[in-house]
Write a protein that binds this ligand. Structure first.
Ligand SMILES: *[C@@H]1O[C@H](CO)[C@@H](O)[C@H](O)[C@H]1NC(C)=O
Ligand SMILES: *[C@@H]1O[C@H](CO)[C@@H](O)[C@H](O)[C@H]1NC(C)=O
Ligand SMILES: *[C@@H]1O[C@H](CO)[C@@H](O)[C@H](O)[C@H]1NC(C)=O
Length: 553
């Protein structure tokens, strides 16, 4: 009897223990549909320092769902589909007004790349057909007067599916693209106006299915570029054209870049006063097993990868550490949240990137907490009701919300008669930190004023309020670079932790009721933080303030 009771009891305890794992909790966060039709499918998105988002699709597969302003039409004899087109393929989204403004883009920006520059302009390069060697500049404005400016044939090579990164000197590097095993810089400089070979791109190019497009590129803390394509990475000295290091192949050997589209982030950079000892880590998540693309074209949709690989790219002998996600995912987006956690969102659980090659949308985002112990890093969030398949995007906004739009896995805008109709809606995912229950923890920045300029390696005083008593070891100050996002990769995405918990100590003082001042040191160099606009956040117990824009130069 005693034995039975105790075995019953132990069963009961096991059940209790399993309960939180087996019952899929509704999960954190909240979804809101903020626009039912923005007119274009958001293949590319960039947040500007005006809190407006530039959005564009490709230009030559027929009409979009929004007219050009003032009854204009674009007459482009080189357009492959619709030479006289009265619709626009780019819009500006105003976050505060929740409004859409049509823009003019003339040549084809299909599967292009870009980054925000030191002055806050978006410089976008490449594309397809008549746009493949062009650069386009969008200077932010608040009076609705700004629009695209195009510069024809300024790239030395065609750049379709390339990756850009802003450099410490303020130029962009443009790496690869379909059939291009080279890199080049923009703007051009005397003596650096050509393309340079990058054999790594031909070595990782699977000739039938390229599998190395839109490489994952990060500026390492030593000034070299970490470049991941297909299933491996190099550390590249782009100034001297030298491969400094070959990283091991990611365990399993499956490809993670387009069309096997996983995603990747440079994890938050911490302890920035560490000089040569600053650690940089990259996290690559999801993708599709080798062969998935070919199989998908014959109607066989293979299960996506459910693993992430994490590697300290600054280690002398770096090794991948593998982790298992709660959900397999291809075409996911990885968004750095202001508190240093990573949101993994959008995509599908079978198939690959490419038109009509994905199945089984994953509508449930996951948060990854890089600092948690090994087995407790992933947390399932609440689900959206809409699939976000090929050509969907996600970006962080200044208020800590995440903007999600796009999804057009079909050639042309098809709203009916297809498995995954073109989606022109815009949604917002509000992570749990925006929940009302966290209101008493939310800091609010008083100074500096938004758009302040900050220098390198300088003291910066940040004053803020928090309602309750605070424990300074749970406070953080972070800086986030707003990325250019397309095809599951956010180019130029970067988060720097300026001060964190124990480092804060006596650098924080109370200024009386609910008011505090924390003194932080700005990043020491343009290698740590390339020049440009960043969002600065004060974070308390993982709850971020609204960001303010700061310009570092
Ligand atoms: C957008 O699509 C809807 C539904 O197909 C259509 O009624 C409307 O006329 C379209 N608008 C434009 C500007 O193309
Ligand atoms: C989508 O629409 C276009 C015309 O707008 C049509 O030619 C094409 O066949 C459609 N695609 C699919 C997959 O139905
Ligand atoms: C402040 O937070 C730290 C880290 O969680 C904790 O160890 C410490 O006990 C807290 N201090 C107080 C006074 O609550």
């Amino acid at each position: 009897m005693a034995a039975t009771l105790s075995s019953l009891l132990s069963h009961f305890l096991i059940l209790l223990h399993l309960l939180p794992l087996t019952i899929a909790a509704p999960g954190g966060g909240k979804w809101d549909l903020v626009h039912s039709n923005i007119g274009v499918s958001a293949m590319h998105m960039q947040l500007l320092n005006t809190d407006r988002v530039v959005i564009f699709d490709l230009t030559d597969f027929g009409p979009s769902n929004i007219s050009l302003p003032n009854n204009q039409c674009r007459n482009n004899p080189r357009d492959l589909t619709l030479k006289i087109d009265c619709t626009t393929h780019s819009v500006e989204y105003g976050v505060a007004s929740n409004s859409i403004r049509p823009l003019n883009v003339f040549t084809n920006v299909w599967c292009s790349s870009g980054a925000a520059m030191a002055d806050g302009s978006l410089v976008q390069t490449g594309g397809f057909n008549d746009g493949d060697q062009n650069a386009r500049v969008y200077k932010p404005c608040t009076d609705n007067s700004c629009d695209w400016q195009e510069f024809n044939r300024v790239l030395t090579q065609k750049r379709w599916y390339a990756t850009n990164h802003i450099l410490p000197d303020g130029r962009q590097i443009i790496i690869g693209g379909r059939g291009q095993f080279t890199y080049e810089f923009y703007p051009k400089r005397v003596g650096a106006d050509r393309s340079y070979n990058l054999p790594f791109l031909s070595q990782t190019n699977d000739p039938r299915i390229e599998n190395n497009l839109y490489p994952f590129v990060f500026l390492n803390v030593d000034g070299n570029l970490f470049i991941f394509a297909n299933n491996r990475a190099i550390l590249f000295d782009y100034i001297n054209g030298v491969v400094v290091r070959n990283y091991p192949t990611i365990p399993g050997g499956d490809p993670r870049s387009y069309p096997s589209s996983g995603s990747a982030v440079l994890l938050p950079l911490r302890n920035l006063q560490g000089g040569k000892n600053i650690v940089a880590e990259v996290l690559v998540c999801g993708g599709a097993p080798r062969g998935s693309f070919t199989r998908a074209t014959t109607g066989n949709f293979v299960g996506a990868l459910n693993t992430c690989g994490r590697i300290r790219i600054t280690d002398p002998n770096p090794q991948w550490a593998m982790e298992t996600m709660p959900l397999a995912r291809v075409m996911g987006d990885m968004v750095l949240l202001p508190n240093g956690n990573v949101l993994i969102i959008n995509g599908a659980s079978t198939g690959t990137a490419g038109w009509d090659l994905g199945r089984n949308p994953v509508q449930t985002p996951v948060i990854y907490r890089p600092n948690n112990p090994g087995q407790s890093r992933f947390e399932i969030q609440g689900s959206s009701s809409r699939p976000r398949m090929y050509h969907s995007t996600a970006i962080l906004l200044r208020d800590g919300r995440v903007l999600i739009s796009g999804s057009n896995p079909n050639a042309y805008y098809n709203f009916t008669g297809v498995l995954f109709p073109t989606d022109l809606t815009m949604e917002i995912f509000s992570p749990e930190y925006l929940d009302r229950r966290s209101a008493h923890l939310r800091p609010s920045i008083i100074s500096p004023a938004s758009h302040s300029q900050i220098g390198y390696g300088k003291q910066l005083s940040v004053t803020f309020t928090i309602k309750g008593r605070i424990n300074r070891s749970l406070l953080m100050v972070t800086m986030v670079a707003p990325p250019f996002t397309t095809h599951s990769f956010s180019m130029n995405q970067r988060l720097l932790v300026l001060a964190n918990g124990n480092e804060i100590g006596s650098n924080m003082v109370s200024l009386g009721r609910s008011n505090y001042r924390v003194r932080v040191v700005t990043p020491g160099s343009s290698i740590l933080a390339p020049p440009g606009y960043y969002l600065l956040f004060v974070v308390y117990q993982e709850v971020p303030s609204q960001g303010i824009w700061v310009q570092i130069k």
